[in-house]
Design a protein around this ligand. Structure first.
Ligand code: ADP
Ligand code: LRH
Length: 493
């Protein structure tokens, strides 16, 4: 096959999309087949994902992608699925879904992480799994539910992309890049950690056989093909099913002297490595070693990201009005720089709720001016994210013993010129912004390689990207250096 037409299903915490990609040695085209909103939904005390709504969005997208591919005379050669990490569905003994998956921002894990760290020891957990401690890691979610009727009935745990692949193919697998975010995978062997699973009292049968990006999960079932109007069996191909793993594939970098920021709901800030960093310093800085495509290590830190902006906007729109994001960012750009900065990683910002009020309170508590308008709040968020980006880029290099010459921003945040420029200034490094749809591109490239339409290593896939996709460049403004240093000192005083 010298060209492949594949559907990349990419579910983000703020929207899902199905992209149709045509990929070959001399072609890389991406078109949007379908996009749909996504958000957590509170029922009673619990914050859920509407997983059947998401599945319907995937089916609608695949139908649209199949039609477009048929019109261009190709047909669909593959389907790949990625989503945000850590969240999962539980299946009963018949393979039926038990309840709606719970959103990682739900409060059921409150206090669980500290309890597990006391039980197992933070050093042991980090040495074993290499994962940063985030309160919502799958491990903590599973432990929080031990003994509940749902957990008692559960025979299988499937992370969301694996769950959707199961519904599309009938096959149960655990794709390794996403499995690595559970904190239940052994960092050295790359297998489920039997010791950890036993020590936590979890059922080892919950965990499906692992597969790798490029493996075939199985063909779409006949009823699914019929529902989608697809003529023949289309393979579902494992990709970097953790969205960040797919995004990192599509960082248009040359060589290895680069940092990346996969910037959407979260900012995932780090470097690509050949081996994990499991030192105490790395653990204390809460850096994570997630599994990347082709056995790479995504050495990174979660920065709370554009969630702060999304959640502020959600509140402003609660009365039914709409907010023009680009206009608001334009006004924020005209606001005075670095008046107030918050630490976006403070857990106080994690849950849904009134974001501007939390930002105001942070500023008040730290003796900084409280933002006096929406534009000032947005400016505070942008400045704060840039400071956090710069800190993580600096720490990643220091902890991994590497050096970078450029920072790549990919994902929806690459459209945010203000944030890209501020990040360049704060890092003191050039920023290359784009592609916006890096995750879908990484997903599509891995499928195309599995189908034999393109060949080579990550470097080769990235060369193909840089030949076909425009990016934007932001140069650091050295005259702002002192302001950033002072802001950071203020933040960590
Ligand atoms: P996720 O995959 O986590 O849902 P995305 O990568 O889709 O996130 O990025 C979503 C973010 O992109 C939004 O929160 C928004 O801040 C940003 N964004 C989207 N469109 C624009 C735009 N036109 N200008 C600036 N930022 C944008
Ligand atoms: C980004 C992301 C991130 C995880 C978070 C739960 O979408 O996958 O890598 O930490 O969601």
């Amino acid at each position: 096959m010298n060209q492949a037409s594949v559907a990349a299903v990419d579910l983000g915490a703020s929207s899902g999309r199905v992209m149709l990609a045509r990929v070959g040695a001399d072609v890389l085209e991406l078109t949007e087949a379908h996009r749909f909103a996504n958000r957590p939904i509170r029922v009673g005390a619990t914050l859920h994902w509407d997983v059947l709504g998401l599945y319907q969005g995937v089916l609608d997208g695949l139908r649209a992608a199949g039609r477009t591919a048929a019109r261009t005379g190709t047909g669909l050669d593959g389907v790949g699925i990625d989503s945000w990490a850590v969240d999962y569905g539980l299946l009963d003994a018949t393979g039926a879904l038990i309840g709606n998956p719970v959103c990682y921002r739900d409060s059921r894990t409150d206090g669980v992480m500290d309890r597990v760290l006391d039980q197992l020891g933070a050093a042991r957990l980090y040495a074993g799994t290499g994962l940063q401690n985030l309160p919502f890691n799958t491990l903590f979610q599973l432990v929080s539910a031990v003994g509940t009727p749902a957990a008692q009935a559960a025979r299988r745990m499937l992370l969301l992309p694996d769950l959707l692949a199961y519904w599309l193919t009938g096959e149960q697998t655990a794709e390794i890049t996403n499995a690595s975010t559970t904190q239940l995978l052994d960092a050295r062997s790359g297998r489920w950690s039997a010791d950890l699973i036993a020590d936590l009292g979890l059922d080892p049968g919950l965990f499906a056989p692992l597969c790798r990006p490029g493996d075939r999960i199985g063909p779409l079932t006949a009823p699914v093909c019929a529902e989608l109007g697809l003529p023949g069996p289309v393979p579902v191909i494992a990709v970097g099913s953790h969205d960040t793993a797919s995004a990192v594939v599509a960082v248009p970098a040359h060589g290895d002297r680069f940092a990346y920021i996969s910037c959407g709901t979260w900012s995932l800030v780090g470097v690509e490595l050949a081996a994990p960093v499991l030192t105490d310093a790395s653990r204390q800085a809460n850096f994570t070693n997630e599994t990347g495509v082709d056995g790479t290590v995504r050495y990174l830190r979660n920065v709370m990201g554009l969630w702060l902006l999304q959640e502020a906007i959600r509140g402003w729109q609660a009365d039914g009005s709409t907010v023009d994001l680009e206009a608001l960012l334009g006004q924020a750009a005209a606001e005075p720089a670095l008046r107030s900065v918050v630490d976006p990683d403070d857990p106080v910002f994690l849950s849904p709720g009134d974001m501007p009020a939390r930002i105001d309170e942070w500023c008040r508590r730290t003796g900084q001016p409280v933002p006096s308008s929406r534009a000032a709040t947005v400016r505070c968020i942008m400045d704060s994210l840039a400071v956090a980006h710069a800190r993580a880029v600096r720490q990643a290099q220091h902890l991994a013993g590497t050096a970078v010459d450029v920072v790549h921003i990919v994902g929806g945040g690459a459209r945010n010129e203000l944030l890209c420029q501020l990040t360049a200034d704060a890092c003191g490094l050039p920023v290359t912004a784009g592609p916006v749809e890096a995750t879908a591109l990484g997903n599509a490239l891995v499928q195309a390689r599995a189908l034999g339409a393109v060949h080579g290593e990550l470097d080769d896939l990235r060369r193909l990207l840089t030949r076909h996709l425009p990016v934007r460049h932001f140069q650091p403004r050295p005259e702002t250096r002192g302001d950033w240093d002072r802001a950071e000192a203020r933040l960590h005083a």
